[in-house]
Structure formats: structure tokens, C-alpha cells
Design a protein around this ligand. Structure first.
Ligand code: FNR
Length: 187
């Protein structure tokens, strides 16, 4: 059976490195796993007043989360944290109260930056939040990618063998992590 992974980029920028990295992950997915990148740009800002009559983009997000076997979050680093658009999507996926759709889905976080830290601060802030919404986050291996412009061309094709190997290694571990929970789910 096909495993459905939904994936979120924390950058709305057209030429975003984070989105390009996520697309490289999508292309590198192992056989049997499909990755759908979810558009979070149309979600309204989180507001409990909207919960009585959920806006369509929130309903669409809820349907995508419900149908998914696993989740990938790709984040840039903004002031040593992850991006607000990603927090907004995570918050909507956990609301209204008692309707946390993230719980018990296997997940991983990948971070990148054009500079030296590889979004280390962002990934680690995000880890704290995904633990609370009870996603089963893969602890190891971690994925931080520094100086990302040296790893891809302008279209986002990975041009460095070490980077492609890093992506493949992360997929191998994440595929096994997903399988661990899928096999429990089916028992
Ligand atoms: C940044 N950037 C940044 N980079 C970094 O390595 N550490 C940081 O703390 C920050 N802080 C930060 C704050 C804000 C508000 C912005 C907009 C940017 C730079 C950031 O990593 C860079 O612009 C990336 O290219 C953003 O990711 P995308 O859009 O290319 O995916």
C-alpha cells in the first residue's frame, strides 16, 4: 500500500531554498512513498473566533492531515526560531480544542539556510512544539543543511553528491520510522 506523506515548507518566498529542498526530498522519496507539498499560504492567521465556522483553507488542511500517514516539516531559520507561517499551520491542525489532528503521526523536521548554522535554532524550537501536539518526531538522524546555495542549482536540482546522499540517508531512516508506526497501526 502507498504511504502518503504530507509536507510543509515554512517559507512562502517564490525562490525559497526551503521549498526547493522539500521538492528535492519529494523527488527522492523511496518507492512506495508519495509526498504532497501542502500550500499553507491561504490559511488565515490563527483566531479562535473563526473556529465556530472554519474557513475553507482550514477545512482543506484538516482533510489533508487526516488522510496522511506521516508528515515532513521543512523550515528556514527566522531569528533563531522557525517561521510563523509554519506555526500557524501547526496551530490550525490542532484546533478546535479536542481536535488535534497531528497526534500519533510519524514526522520529521528538516532545516536549511544559506549561512553556516543550517537552521539549527529553527529545527530545535520546532521540535519542542511538535512534541506537544504529539507528533511522533524522529529524533535521529537530524537534518541541518548549511550553505544550501552550494548544494543546488537555481532550479533546486541537487548538484552535490554529499547532499543527495544526506537526503537519501534521511529518507532511509524516515521510511523505517514511518513503517514502525504503520505496522503498529495495522495490528
Ligand atoms: C532570516 N535569516 C536568518 N538566517 C539564519 O541563519 N538565522 C537567523 O536567525 C535568521 N533570521 C532571519 C529572520 C528573518 C525574519 C528573515 C526573513 C530571514 C535569513 C534566512 O535564513 C534566509 O533569508 C533564507 O534564505 C530563508 O529561507 P528561504 O526563504 O530561502 O527558504
Amino acid at each position: 500500500m502507498e504511504t502518503k506523506v504530507i509536507a510543509f515548507s515554512g517559507s512562502l518566498r517564490k525562490e525559497s531554498y526551503t521549498t526547493k529542498l522539500l521538492k528535492a526530498f519529494q523527488k527522492s522519496a523511496p518507492v512506495g512513498i508519495t509526498v504532497e507539498i501542502i500550500d499553507i499560504s491561504t490559511l488565515p492567521f490563527i483566531n479562535e473566533d473563526l473556529e465556530a465556522d472554519l474557513p475553507q483553507p482550514v477545512k482543506d488542511l484538516h482533510a489533508k492531515i487526516k488522510s496522511a500517514d506521516a508528515v515532513i516539516f521543512a523550515t528556514p531559520e527566522y531569528n533563531r526560531s522557525y517561521s510563523p507561517v509554519l506555526k500557524n499551520a501547526i496551530d490550525w491542525g490542532s484546533r478546535p480544542e479536542g481536535n488535534n489532528l497531528w497526534k500519533t503521526k510519524p514526522a520529521t523536521i528538516i532545516g536549511c539556510s544559506p549561512y553556516s548554522l543550517g537552521a539549527f535554532g529553527a529545527v530545535n524550537h520546532l521540535r519542542q512544539v511538535v512534541l506537544y501536539v504529539n507528533l511522533y518526531i524522529m529524533q535521529q538522524p537530524e537534518f541541518y543543511l548549511s550553505f544550501i546555495a552550494d548544494s543546488m542549482d537555481e532550479q533546486g536540482n541537487i548538484t552535490k553528491k554529499e547532499t543527495q546522499d544526506f537526503i537519501n540517508g534521511h529518507w532511509k531512516a524516515f521510511g523505517e520510522w514511518i513503517e514502525k508506526f504503520n505496522s503498529t497501526k495495522n495490528n
